[in-house]
Design a protein around this ligand. Structure first.
Ligand code: ACO
Length: 385
């Protein structure tokens, strides 16, 4: 094999051949299984989208109903998982709680029959069904409250919003939230999906696959950016402060959260749809105080950084929608995870269907033939920076 050029962050290096989703970062196109994201967002539901991503085609009415029914049936958590959650510190981040709970599910379903379609189907259903319940349960339990039980008469998004607050969600709010889940469901080989694929390639169980992806999504350069956007808008505080804020960040070579993307060099198509959803929501329940700051920020960044292809990404407007839905900021990334489970499972299924374990190489830069110094002769402390 010839030596390849090293590319930090594996930029532009294909990690797989996939038929799940497609991104054109120059023109701002995102497709799930060949269908444009705008059309899916307008016409589909999150569970139908998950079905499309995971099984490769749109379900018939009968298939969709059966899938929805199965997911609804498996929404409850085992009491042992709830008991485990009671021991989590209330100050812990919900992403850490979610990662622990996803991994713990594997303890209860330790069979690993990856070539059995019934096993694969059961794991898909269980993960899609229980992840939202885990997120909502942690939100209640960290305050010392019992988790709210899922309701069979509510759809996927409405049930999640209900479990968060024990209040019937408004139908428009539930639909907007469902579309948010659709928009976050899949996005080719990003960091968390790659993490899921690497874990999947060892033929471990799907719960370990999802747990590793959740841990990767948590970082501020990936899913965690939606939280950071709200903190940033709060820090900016007013429209007049936007320009000096941006200028200072550029001078200090600091990133502005919710902007820029490894693939998109134009405005992320998901940000466009999310902005529309935010406006629909504001029309109904009133404009968010941060929205005008966000609009000004987008304009100033386009002016200052547009030439570098820095535009709003998916995380820029999602936080404003979740804020208006009354969702606490530290649940924004877990909500991203609820949606992205669909994409991770699609990649898990694709990976195990044509598996070869990931084992890249490296370019060694360290020394050779070093002497082993006995402990008593080591005088100098290592520089561990
Ligand atoms: N603010 C200011 N400048 C930026 C930003 C930003 N948000 N993003 C990139 N740039 C600039 C860089 O300073 C760099 O400039 P230079 O060439 O003059 O040095 C150039 O654009 C390229 O930036 P890189 O960091 O090399 O781009 P990369 O593709 O590695 O990073 C990333 C992509 C991580 C998303 C980056 O844009 C970023 O950190 N954005 C802020 C965090 C964020 O919003 N993350 C969410 C991404 S979407 C998601 O994960 C779901």
């Amino acid at each position: 094999m010839t030596t390849c050029e090293y590319r930090p962050g594996l930029e532009g290096v294909p990690a797989t051949q996939s038929s799940i989703s497609y991104v054109d970062g120059q023109t701002g196109i995102l497709e799930y299984r060949g269908i444009g994201i705008e059309e899916i967002a307008q016409q589909s539901s999150f569970l139908e989208t998950a079905y499309l991503l995971i099984w490769g085609g749109l379900p018939t009415q009968q298939e969709l109903e059966a899938f929805e029914h199965e997911v609804q049936y498996h929404r409850r958590l085992k009491y042992r998982i709830r008991d485990m959650m009671k021991c989590f510190p209330e100050s812990g981040h919900p992403m850490d709680a979610l990662q622990a709970c996803a991994a713990a599910l594997g303890l209860f379903h330790s069979r690993r029959e990856l070539d059995d379609p019934t096993y694969v189907q059961a794991a898909v259903v269980r993960l899609l069904a229980k992840i939202p319940t885990m997120v909502a349960a942690f939100k209640m339990m960290r305050k010392g409250n019992d988790p709210v039980q899922p309701r069979d008469d509510l759809g996927y998004a409405a049930n999640f919003l209900y479990m968060l607050n024990e209040q019937n969600p408004d139908p428009l709010e539930a639909r907007i939230f469902d579309v948010c889940l659709i928009l976050h469901a899949e996005h080719t080989i990003n960091a968390s999906t790659f993490s899921a694929m690497v874990t999947a390639s060892t033929l471990t169980d799907p719960y370990a696959v999802i747990a590793s992806a959740v841990g990767t999504l948590a970082g501020p350069l990936h899913g965690g950016a939606n939280e950071a956007v709200i903190d940033m808008l709060q820090e900016i505080g007013s429209i007049e402060n936007v320009r000096p804020y941006v200028e200072a960040r550029i001078v200090n070579r600091e990133k502005i959260m919710g902007f820029g993307h490894r693939v998109y060099k134009v405005k992320d198509p998901r940000a466009r749809v999310l902005q529309g959803l935010a406006e629909q929501l504001f029309d109904k329940v009133g404009r968010d105080a941060y929205y005008d700051i966000a609009l000004e920020l987008e304009q100033v960044i386009e002016e200052k950084l547009g030439h570098k292809g820095i535009y709003p990404n998916v995380d820029f407007y999602s936080g404003l929608v979740y804020r208006k839905l009354g969702i606490p900021t530290d649940l924004f990334t877990p909500i991203f995870a609820i949606a992205r489970v669909a994409g991770w499972l699609a990649h898990w299924k694709e990976q195990i269907g044509k598996n070869r374990i990931f084992r890249p190489t490296q370019i060694y830069e360290g020394p050779h033939n070093q002497a082993y110094l006995p402990l008593e002769k080591r005088l100098q402390l290592w520089d561990k920076s």
